[in-house]
Design a protein around this ligand. Structure first.
Ligand code: TMO
Length: 323
C-alpha cells in the first residue's frame, strides 16, 4: 500500500516544480531571455553596441554580446540569434541588408543622421609624394611608391570587408594588389608605421572614424558613383567590369532588427528606433579605443557620459515593460 504521506509529498513536489517557471516569469519576465547584441570588427560599432547594452542593463535586461562579422550577421539577425544591429554601413552591407529587408528577414529601424564614406584613403602627406591625388588617374603614375617589394605594383591595404575592389582594380587597370588584413587594428598599425616614416600608403578607410579628427587625409576620387555602375558591366570606364566607380558617398547609416523584436521586446524596439547617431558620436566612439586605448567597456561608459543628453532623450520614455 502506498503511503499517503508519500503521495502528498509527491504532489507537493510536482506542484512546486510546475510553479517554478511561472514564479520566475512573474518575478521578472525579462530574465527569460538575453538581449544579444552583435559585435562587428571595428571599434565604433563595438563601443556603441556596448553603450546601448549598458542602457538596457539599467532597464534590467540581461545583455550579452556575440562577435560576428558584418557579413555573417544577417542570418543571425533573421533567426534572432542576435537582436539588433545599431550600425549598418551602407556599402559593406547594403546589398545584403536590402535583400534581407525585401524578404522581411530583417526589419529596418530607421536611419541615423550620420553619413558615411568608405573608400581608398591616404594621409595628407601622400599628396606631396604623389601629385595628382585625389584623382584616381594619379594612382598608376605613383604605383611604385606604394609597393612593398620594389615592383611597380602598389599595395592597397584593406580589411575583412568586400567592396568589389578587385573589379575596380581590373576595370580601371590599376597597378595595385589588395592586401587584406584581419581587422581594423591591423590597418591602424600599418598606417602608424607609414605615417612615422612619411611613407606612401594607400588603404581602406571610412568616415565617420577616429581619423576624421586625428589624421587629416583624403579619399581617392574615383569615377562618380552610379547605381548602373554596379549592375551594368558596359557602364563607365571599363566595358568589361562592373564596379568601376567609387563607393556610394554620403549614405546614411542604418539600424536593423530581428523581425520579432517588436512583438517580443517592444520597449527595446522603441529604444533602437529613437537612437540617432551623428558623425561626431561615431568618430568619438572609435577614438576612445583606437587612439585613447580604453577598453571597449570603459569606452562605452565614457561615451555614454559624453553624450548623456542625447542618451537621455533616447532612453527616457515610458514603456510598459521598462521596470
Ligand atoms: C563597415 N566599415 C565601418 C568597416 O566600413
Amino acid at each position: 500500500m502506498i503511503n499517503r504521506k508519500y503521495i502528498v509529498a509527491e504532489i507537493f513536489f510536482m506542484v512546486t516544480l510546475l510553479s517554478l517557471p511561472t514564479a520566475a516569469l512573474s518575478s521578472n519576465p525579462k530574465d527569460q531571455h538575453n538581449i544579444v547584441i552583435p559585435l562587428n570588427g571595428w571599434s565604433s560599432q563595438k563601443v556603441i553596441s556596448r553603450a546601448i547594452g549598458n542602457i538596457l542593463k539599467k532597464k534590467n535586461y540581461r545583455v550579452s554580446y556575440y562577435s560576428i562579422s558584418s557579413k555573417n550577421q544577417w542570418g543571425a539577425l533573421a533567426r534572432g540569434t542576435v537582436h539588433f544591429q545599431i550600425e549598418v554601413w551602407p556599402n559593406s552591407t547594403d546589398n545584403q541588408f536590402n535583400k534581407m529587408l525585401k524578404l522581411e528577414k530583417v526589419i529596418a529601424a530607421g536611419e541615423h543622421s550620420a553619413m558615411s564614406i568608405e573608400d581608398w584613403w591616404y594621409p595628407d602627406y601622400v599628396e606631396k609624394l604623389c601629385p595628382g591625388l585625389p584623382d584616381w588617374r594619379a594612382l598608376n603614375k605613383c604605383s611604385k611608391l606604394f609597393s612593398d617589394n620594389n615592383t611597380d605594383r602598389g599595395v592597397y591595404y584593406s580589411g575583412p570587408w568586400d567592396y568589389n575592389d578587385s573589379d575596380l582594380i581590373r576595370g580601371l587597370h590599376l597597378k595595385f594588389n589588395i592586401k587584406r588584413l584581419k581587422n581594423s587594428e591591423q590597418l591602424w598599425t600599418i598606417l602608424h608605421q607609414a605615417e612615422k616614416e612619411k611613407r606612401a600608403i594607400m588603404m581602406f578607410n571610412w568616415s565617420p572614424n577616429w581619423t576624421d579628427a586625428r589624421i587629416p587625409g583624403n579619399f581617392v576620387k574615383f569615377p562618380d558613383y552610379d547605381s548602373q555602375c554596379e549592375s551594368d558591366i558596359s557602364w563607365g570606364y571599363s566595358k568589361n567590369f562592373a564596379n568601376d566607380c567609387e563607393n556610394p558617398r554620403n549614405g546614411h547609416l542604418h539600424k536593423a532588427v530581428w523581425p520579432k523584436l517588436k512583438t517580443n521586446y517592444p520597449c527595446v524596439m522603441r529604444l533602437i528606433k529613437r537612437v540617432n547617431l551623428t558623425n561626431l558620436m561615431i568618430a568619438e566612439a572609435a577614438a576612445l579605443v583606437d587612439v585613447d586605448k580604453f577598453t571597449e567597456d570603459k569606452a562605452a561608459n565614457l561615451w555614454l557620459d559624453k553624450f548623456s543628453e542625447d542618451v537621455l532623450l533616447w532612453s527616457n520614455f515610458t514603456c510598459k515593460s521598462w521596470s
